[in-house]
Design a protein around this ligand. Structure first.
Ligand code: MG
Length: 402
């Protein structure tokens, strides 16, 4: 059944097009095709062995970038359906949003950014676009996956002025005469609604699953979580409705029920607040959505404030937990050591990456043509375990006992 799209949704039949013109697919819309390209990409498969908060070898049940991306896609799709937005585009953006992440989560990104400081820096979000635009090598005619404008617009969530200008310089001329994916950062415009929805689906997903993983790891306790008003409210109502959940052996079910209630409350809050914003603004096209002074997909002011409190709690008690910090310090060392080792001896990289450094591939124009950029691309593409193996091979040190 075709999607029922509202006038403010992205319609695949009205896509602004791809960087390299390609005929339409006979049975799939432009966004379905984008989604399929991502699912078949190498970068997507690597997400299964990339850290979200916990290092991949710490346990089999923690979220990885892959399961996180699937959760974002699930939440995004179900909200898109209700709001009359393109589910396929939301799914595409959700599945691609973390493709540029380094191994070892934010610690990896911080370390690589420090290494790349003199060479234009490293930013995972920009790297996601770089993966789909340049780094995937699957087609004879072009680099990258040649996704539609709307998908690329959603993947590039934030961008500095300098990078936006660099991106714009490489964008094609679109039939409607408008700018490329960097343009909105220069004009302070908004992305399409599907992209806006993915940003918040991402936030809902990681707050909920980091609580789950935090408790599973033993770094957070259910008791401690009662300090988060949003969690406490649902945890107490779960207990009131099912008093058995208070027994120690039911702790896991209590946690899940609390998370489930909290997650649905956030989803419904987002859909109501967004519908109200859309009713007030009455955008009649994607173009008017882009020109609107603010984003239209939003939480209510109260939920926004509560979500902020929860994030602050997780930051302090989970992301900055001494045990996580210790792991992350070692992870940063791995990245820094790899960066130095490959820059000193680029031939230590596998053939394809080394070959890319030697080629005059257009990808190298985005920032610069440096060896360092090629090394950063190579390291960013690694899974946690490949990075650890390479680190051991190149330095003889074993930082994490597997
Ligand atoms: Mg994410």
């Amino acid at each position: 059944m075709p999607e029922t799209l509202r006038p403010y949704a992205c319609d695949p039949a009205q896509s602004r097009g791809r960087r390299f013109a390609q005929p339409d697919a006979p049975t799939r819309t432009a966004f379905q095709r984008d989604r399929d390209r991502i699912v078949h990409s190498t970068a997507f498969r690597r997400l299964v062995y990339k850290t979200q908060v916990f290092i991949n070898h710490e346990g089999d049940l923690f979220r990885t970038r892959l399961t996180h991306s699937l959760e974002v896609a699930q939440l995004g799709r179900s909200m898109a359906r209700t709001l009359g937005l393109s589910e396929d585009l939301v799914e595409t953006i959700a599945l691609a949003h973390d493709l540029g992440h380094t191994p070892f989560g934010h610690a990896g990104q911080d370390a690589l950014n420090e290494c790349m400081e003199p060479y234009g820096g490293f930013e995972h979000n920009l790297q996601s676009l770089r993966v789909v635009d340049w780094l995937e090598e699957r087609y004879p005619q072009f680099d990258g996956l040649n996704l539609s404008f709307e998908a690329r617009e959603g993947i590039l969530k934030h961008c500095s002025r300098r990078n936006a200008e660099a991106i714009e310089a490489l964008e094609p001329t679109y039939a409607d005469g408008g700018g490329g994916v960097g343009r909105r950062f220069l004009d302070k415009a908004q992305p399409n609604l599907e992209a806006q929805l993915c940003n918040l689906a991402d936030e809902i997903a990681y707050n909920a699953h980091d609580i789950d993983d935090g408790v599973r790891s033993g770094l957070l306790t259910l008791e401690q979580l009662q300090d988060i008003p949003l969690f406490a409210r649902f945890s107490q109502s779960a207990l009131a409705e099912h008093p058995d959940l208070g027994h120690a052996q039911q702790a896991r079910r209590w946690l899940y029920e609390s998370i489930r209630l909290m997650l649905s409350a956030q989803v419904y809050d987002l859909m109501n607040a967004t519908q109200a914003a859309l009713d007030a603004a009455r955008p009649m096209s994607v173009a008017t959505v882009r020109q609107h002074p603010e984003v239209l997909v939003c939480f209510s002011a109260d939920m926004r404030a509560q979500s902020r409190v929860m994030k602050a709690f997780l930051f302090k008690h989970l992301y900055r937990h001494p045990q996580v910090m210790q792991t992350m310090t070692q992870a940063k060392q791995v990245i820094a050591d790899l960066f130095t080792a490959y820059c000193d001896a680029p031939t230590q990289m596998q053939n394809e990456a080394a070959a890319r450094l030697g080629a005059q591939a257009p990808l190298r124009r985005l920032h610069d043509a440096s060896v360092q950029r090629g090394v950063a691309d190579y390291i960013a593409g690694m899974t946690d375990r490949f990075a650890l193996r390479e680190h051991e091979r190149l330095t003889g040190q074993r930082l994490f006992a597997a």
